[in-house]
Design a protein around this ligand. Structure first.
Ligand code: SF4
Length: 326
């Protein structure tokens, strides 16, 4: 059984997604049977430590997993159409127009030799029969919307601050009114003040544009503040899915629990104690047997190294993969 939405058809349903990287040293199972859904107008978070497969999931949605990665199984259903079985030219029409991706280090994604207006206009002209003039007018509106200001249309990337460049990339992602924006660690390279401004911008986009967002980050505190539901990944698998507020207050999976307890909090810092997760994520060339978290899990017991726990619904909308809940 797959996690599924409350409406008859979710905007996006990912089922049993599997991605491998064929490396010189062997095959890496980067994403193993990952399933989740995103509803219309929903903000969905995908969290977990670096290297757990979050970005690989993001790029699978638009079939742009970088080499030597390969999608080897599963379905990615957008409005019921399986993106993984479409022809390449059909997928090209979906990118930007239906799903757009804000990449990690997005600020560096801007081309230094073109104005930001030209770069946004180019995305519009590539997908729509717009004149350059109309595309630039739309780019100006978008720059206003994201808080850069339409008057910066003719600015080059080096003339903008880091936060403005990030906003310009967000404007580009919104250029064709996609139903889903995927933001891969969009605040990681920014200082805390600019981070907060970008989060406010996403909240404004939710109110004004009604789009869905998949927000990928290792920073759970940020995600709890922004998203409606959250999924936690560990070593290529989803270990917990639930409403963000419930997961923050009462995490079920031992890994999620440790992640939540390692969020710095003022009251905890006064006592001078900050928790952390012992050990490091496994090498996916040789992942641990059964529950991949068992070598680090303080609650492991007999079956954990022998049998893989399945992702099951333990209460309405809350899914967990752990033998403690079987
Ligand atoms: Fe820990 Fe066992 Fe649950 Fe894995 S299945 S998270 S090892 S208790």
């Amino acid at each position: 059984m797959y996690p599924s939405g409350t409406t008859s058809r979710s905007l996006l349903e990912v089922r049993d997604l599997q991605v491998v990287y064929e490396t010189r040293l062997g095959r890496v199972d980067a994403v193993s049977r990952v399933s989740f859904y995103i509803d219309r107008r929903e903000f969905f978070g995908l969290g977990g430590e670096s290297g757990c497969g979050k970005s690989t999931v993001a790029y699978s949605l638009v079939r742009e997993v970088p080499a030597p990665g390969r999608i080897v199984g599963g379905k990615v259903l957008l409005d019921g159409r399986d993106i993984l079985s479409l022809r390449e030219e059909e997928v090209r029409k979906i990118r930007w127009k239906e799903i757009s991706v804000i990449p990690q280090a997005a600020m560096n994604a801007l081309n230094p030799i073109y104005t930001i207006g030209d770069q946004i206009a180019e995305v519009i002209m590539e997908h729509e029969l717009s004149s350059k003039r109309d595309a630039l007018a739309r780019a100006e509106e978008l720059l206003d919307l994201v808080g850069v200001g339409g008057h910066r249309l003719r600015s080059y990337p080096h003339e903008l601050s880091g936060g403005q460049k990030q906003r310009a990339v967000i404007a580009m992602a919104l250029a064709l009114n996609p139903s889903l924006v995927v933001a891969d660690e969009p605040t990681t390279a920014l200082d805390v003040v600019v981070q907060a401004q970008i989060l406010d911008l996403f909240k404004k986009m939710k109110m004004e544009l009604g789009m869905s967002l998949m927000f990928i980050s290792h920073d759970l505190a940020t995600m709890f503040d922004l998203v409606d539901r959250i999924a936690i990944m560990y070593a290529g698998k989803i270990v917990e899915i639930g409403p963000a507020a419930k997961v923050a207050d009462d995490p079920l999976h031992p890994y999620t629990e440790l992640l939540v307890r390692s969020i710095p909090r003022i009251e905890r810092n006064r006592r001078g104690k900050l928790e952390y997760i012992r050990g490091s994520p496994p090498n996916l060339l040789k992942p641990p047997s059964a529950c991949r978290f068992h070598p680090r899990c303080p609650k492991r017991f007999k079956p954990c190294a022998d049998r893989e726990p399945l992702l099951i619904e333990v209460e309405r909308g809350r899914w967990v993969a752990c033998h403690l809940f079987a």
